[in-house]
Design a protein around this ligand. Structure first.
Ligand SMILES: Cc1cc2nc3c(=O)[nH]c(=O)nc-3n(C[C@H](O)[C@H](O)[C@H](O)COP(=O)(O)OP(=O)(O)OC[C@H]3O[C@@H](n4cnc5c(N)ncnc54)[C@H](O)[C@@H]3O)c2cc1C
Length: 452
């Protein structure tokens, strides 16, 4: 632990924290992955700001009543104090260096902050495989490469787990007799990869990504160079951008029928969208729900005609066309949905048991989009080994076109890319840029060509 960090118990809180002109306190726990993600950032910032701000760590489990008296309910939680008073936000969960540093800058003042920042040193790290995105696809690629004895670093802007980690329960991942909480499955994936030797940069921002050079700058200061790069950033459901949508996502509003249709038994459901996903997924939802109303803002569908015909033939499915939702509200166990006719502007309300939004998924390619060859739907074009159009760069999971987006599919992509990355690293270590062994001359194979 850095010499500028004081590890204390509740009895020294007043003297060390409240009496200090400036203090930052990290309430942590053991066996806590987000605490592990925070620890190196807290250390690095203690080295920079430790002369101005008292850096304090308190073990939460042992100091519960102090933590609770300060409103600390989980680990890690970071609090800031000035002259004995709480200032700034309470940070918790996947805490980024930038969030911590912004608060420390505000505490020490602009000119001192500038002075401190000018003393920050840059570092460079080299590894075999750099994985961007710690969802199931990225974690699986990392696992396979690390088990093949490659040095692997995984960077994620959040904590490990991706969409899988944020899912309430996953009932269809093979190997678990009962539904498993998404966070638990995510933690199993992370632990297994960590056991294989994977290094982490979690809750960390990539401030520059150069696919051609295979380098990423993480949190402004660390440049990571890799022989191979796996892109595994997943997708974000396109939002329709109306009141209540964000707040009720996962609490009545869903973007995944495979995951949530089974909870719709006996309910009336609204599906929003007019593409293949909306029309196809309505069939699945209708197997559980009493009724499914497809709300679409046009009077014709983008979906394939066979999906439209099949939906029209289903007695449980009906249509409200030229109409868009304009707001969602919780109404007990139900949801109130406001609908607006795009032709007349007339507004109506419906109360339903659930809402599914299928208005498209956006691949998270802000960092990389312009340089990669894309499929017509905006996903990354790959070959059977999940290699992209850029040499030594792979794309996996939901970033890649597939018939269904599921954890099993993401894991399959990660498997293929992780194995190929590891064995091509071995091959290239011996053969440089010589072609694969199957086509390289026997004389070269005798020199130690690694079969790929
Ligand atoms: C609500 C919901 C419920 C679901 N339920 C199920 C289910 O029950 N069963 C099932 O099999 N599938 C389910 N799915 C689908 C499944 O979760 C996804 O198919 C799967 O997680 C895709 O894995 P991935 O690794 O490609 O991407 P993701 O899981 O999306 O992971 C991508 C990771 O990349 C990170 N990232 C994004 N941008 C950046 C960046 N710029 N820098 C660094 N990191 C970045 C993200 O933080 C994230 O951790 C569900 C999906 C949703 C949305």
């Amino acid at each position: 632990m850095h010499e500028n960090i004081h590890e204390i118990d509740a009895d020294r809180f007043e003297s060390v924290v409240l009496k200090a002109p400036l203090a930052v306190v990290d309430f942590y726990s053991d066996e806590c992955p987000p605490c592990e993600a925070l620890a190196p950032k807290f250390e690095a910032l203690a080295g920079l700001y430790g002369k101005d701000v008292a850096f304090v760590k308190i073990f939460r489990q042992k100091n519960r009543s102090l933590a609770e008296s300060l409103g600390v309910r989980g680990s890690p939680t970071v609090l800031f104090f000035k002259d004995g008073e709480r200032v700034g936000p309470m940070l918790s969960g996947g805490i980024r260096r930038s969030a911590l540093q912004a608060e420390l800058d505000a505490m020490v003042g602009a000119s001192r902050a500038q002075q401190i920042r000018s003393s920050e040193s840059k570092t460079e790290t080299v590894c075999d495989l750099l994985v961007v995105g710690a969802g199931p696809a990225g974690l699986t690629a990392a696992l396979y490469a690390a088990q093949a004895k490659k040095s692997v670093i995984v960077v994620d802007s959040a904590l490990a787990g991706g969409a899988m980690g944020a899912t309430h329960q996953i009932a269809n991942y093979p190997g678990f007799a009962k539904p498993v909480p998404g966070w638990q499955l995510a933690e199993n994936f992370r632990e297994q990869a960590a056991h294989a030797g994977v290094q982490w940069r979690l809750a960390s921002e990539i401030t520059r990504l150069d696919l051609g050079e295979r380098l990423a700058v993480v949190d402004r200061l660390e440049t990571i160079r890799a022989k191979k790069l796996v892109l595994a950033m997943g997708t974000t459901p396109r939002a329709i951008g109306v009141p209540g949508e964000k707040e009720l996502l996962g609490k009545g509003i869903s973007t995944c029928a495979t995951c949530d249709a089974k909870y719709m038994v006996g309910k009336d459901v609204i599906v929003v969208g007019g593409g293949d996903a909306a029309l196809e997924e309505s069939q699945l939802i209708a197997q559980f729900a009493d009724s499914v109303t497809i709300v679409h803002r046009r009077d014709e569908f983008r979906a394939k005609p066979q999906h439209v015909e099949a939906a029209k033939a289903n007695p449980k499915i009906s249509f409200v066309l030229d109409t868009k939702p304009t707001g969602f509200w919780k109404n007990g166990d139900m949801l109130d949905v406001e609908l607006e006719s795009v032709k007349t502007g007339e507004k109506t309300r419906r109360t339903v048991g659930g809402v599914f939004l299928f208005v498209g998924m956006l691949p998270n390619l802000d960092l990389a989009k312009d340089k990669l060859e894309l499929d017509e739907d905006g996903t990354v074009k790959v070959d059977e080994w999940r290699r992209t159009s850029i040499p030594h760069v792979y794309a996996v999971g939901d970033l890649v076109k597939k018939p269904v987006k599921q954890v099993t599919m993401a894991v399959a992509d990660g498997t293929v890319a992780g194995i190929d990355a590891a064995r091509t690293i071995d091959h290239e270590a011996v053969m440089g840029d010589e072609p694969p062994c199957e086509i390289c001359p026997p004389a070269l194979q005798e020199l130690g060509c690694v079969q790929i």
